[in-house]
Design a protein around this ligand. Structure first.
Ligand code: PLP
Length: 399
C-alpha cells in the first residue's frame, strides 16, 4: 500500500476538458468559444506592442534576478493602486492601503481568502449565482463554506437586483461577499452605477466584508469607468479587499501578474495587517516572480507606453463590441426569432448566450463549435472568419 494508493481521480475541470475535446476534434472549421482569453482577428492571443517595448528595454538592461520583497515590486504595487483608485485619490496618501503583488487574480483571491480565514476567523463566503467556477473551488479549498446570492435573471437575461439585495441582506452578519467589479464572468451582466450604492448600503448595514474581484478593468467602458465600483467602495470608508489582474488587460496570462489590495478602516490597522499578509505570502511561495511585474510597472509608469497600452486595450474592447453587434445581426438574419439583443448589452469577454446544455452539446457534436455547458461563450474568440459559421450553427440549434 503506497501513500498514494487512496488517491482518487479528481473530477475533470469542465473548461480544460472542453479544451481537450476541442484539441481532439479533427474538423478544420472547429471553433473554441470555451476559452477565457482574448484572441485577435487572426484568432491568436496578442502580444501587446506596449508589452513588447517594455520587454525589449528590460532585456537590454541585463538585470540580475535577486528576490523581490515579499509583497512584490514597490513601483508595481503603487501603479496598481493608482489604476484602481485614480491618480488623485486621497486614499493613496491615507496610510490605509496595502497592495501585494500576486500570482494573477487567482493568487490575489487565495491570499485574501487565507488572510481572512486566519486573521479574521472568516468561514463563510457568498459568491454570485452564477460566478466564475474557480471562486467556489478556491474558497472551499481555503476552508470556507461557500453560498451564493442571486445575480442573474434568466427571464430578462439581465441582473436580478432585488434578489441580489435581498440575498445579501439575508446572509449572516459579517459574511465575506465576493463582487465582480465589472464585466461579470460568466454572464457579462453588470450592475448599473445606482445599483452599486444599494449594494454598499446593505453590505455596510450587515457588516459584510466586501471582496471585489476586478479581472477585466478596461474591457467594459474604459479604465476609469470600469473602476467605478472600486471607487465607490473607497468613498464609503469601509474596509475591503480587491483582487486585481493584468492577465487579460495586458494579455500576460502566463506571467501571472495580479495584486491583492486591502483598504483598512484606519491607519492604525495597516502595519499589523501588512505584517500578517506577508506571513501568508512567505509561508506559501515566499515572494513573487519578477518579469511580469517589471513589464507592467514599466508600462504603467511611462506616459508614452501607458498611452500605447490604453490604445491597445481600446482596440481589444472595440473588437469585442463589434463581434457582439455582428453576432446579434447574424443570428437574426439566420432566422432566430427569440430576442438576442441582450448579447449586445453584455460587457466584457463573455456572453451568457441563453443556450441550453443540450444545445451546447449539439453545437460541439454537429458543428465542432465548443462552448461551456452553462451557455457561456467567449465573444473575444469570434472573428470575421468564424462568426458566420458560429451564428448559423447557433441559429440551427436554437430553432
Ligand atoms: N476573477 C475572474 C472573475 C476571472 O474571470 C479570472 C480569470 O478568468 C480571474 C479572477 C483570475 O485571473 P488570473 O488569470 O489573473 O488568475
Amino acid at each position: 500500500m503506497s501513500v498514494f494508493s487512496p488517491v482518487e481521480l479528481a473530477p475533470r475541470d469542465p473548461i480544460l476538458g472542453l479544451n481537450e475535446a476541442f484539441g481532439a476534434d479533427t474538423r478544420a472549421n472547429k471553433v473554441n468559444l470555451g476559452v477565457g482569453v482574448y484572441c485577435n482577428e487572426e484568432g491568436k492571443v496578442p502580444l501587446l506592442r506596449a508589452v513588447q517595448k517594455a520587454e525589449e528595454a528590460r532585456v537590454a538592461e541585463h538585470a540580475a534576478r535577486a528576490y523581490l520583497p515579499i509583497d512584490g515590486l514597490a513601483p508595481y504595487d503603487l501603479a496598481v493602486q493608482k489604476l484602481l483608485f485614480g491618480t488623485d485619490s486621497a486614499l493613496l496618501q491615507s496610510g490605509r492601503l496595502i497592495t501585494a503583488q500576486s500570482l494573477g487574480g487567482t493568487g490575489a483571491l487565495k491570499l485574501g481568502a487565507d488572510f481572512l480565514y486566519r486573521q479574521a476567523e472568516k468561514r463563510l463566503v457568498a459568491i454570485s449565482n452564477p460566478s466564475w467556477e474557480n471562486h467556489r473551488s478556491l474558497f472551499e479549498a481555503a476552508g470556507y463554506e461557500v453560498v451564493d446570492y442571486p445575480y442573474y435573471d434568466p427571464a430578462t437575461n439581465g441582473l436580478n437586483l432585488d434578489g441580489m439585495l435581498a440575498g445579501l441582506e439575508a446572509l449572516p452578519e459579517g459574511t465575506v461577499v465576493v463582487l465582480h467589479a465589472c464585466c461579470h464572468n460568466p454572464t457579462g451582466v453588470d450592475l448599473a452605477l445606482a445599483d452599486w450604492a444599494k449594494v454598499i448600503d446593505v453590505v455596510t448595514r450587515r457588516k459584510h466584508v466586501p471582496f471585489l474581484d476586478i479581472a477585466y478593468q478596461g474591457f467594459g467602458e474604459n479604465l476609469e469607468d470600469d473602476a467605478f465600483a472600486v471607487r465607490l467602495f473607497a468613498e464609503s470608508g469601509l474596509p475591503f479587499l480587491i483582487a486585481s489582474s493584468f492577465s487579460k488587460s495586458f494579455s500576460l496570462y502566463g506571467e501571472r501578474v495580479g495584486a491583492l489590495t486591502m483598504v483598512t478602516a484606519n491607519q492604525g490597522e495597516t502595519a499589523p495587517v501588512l505584517s500578517q499578509l506577508k506571513r501568508v505570502i512567505r509561508t506559501n511561495y515566499s515572494n513573487p516572480p519578477t518579469h511580469g511585474a517589471k513589464v507592467v510597472a514599466a508600462v504603467l509608469n511611462s506616459p508614452e507606453l501607458y498611452q500605447l497600452w490604453e490604445e491597445e486595450l481600446a482596440e481589444m474592447r472595440d473588437r469585442i463590441r463589434h463581434m457582439r453587434i455582428a453576432l446579434v445581426e447574424k443570428l437574426q438574419a439566420a432566422g432566430v426569432q427569440t430576442d438576442v439583443d441582450f448579447i449586445q448589452r453584455q460587457r466584457g469577454m463573455f456572453s451568457y448566450s441563453g443556450l441550453t446544455k443540450e444545445q451546447v452539446a449539439r453545437l460541439a457534436d454537429e458543428f465542432g463549435i465548443y462552448a461551456v455547458s452553462s451557455g457561456r461563450i467567449c465573444v473575444a474568440a469570434l472573428n470575421t472568419s468564424n462568426i458566420d459559421a458560429v451564428a448559423n450553427a447557433m441559429a440551427a440549434v436554437m430553432k
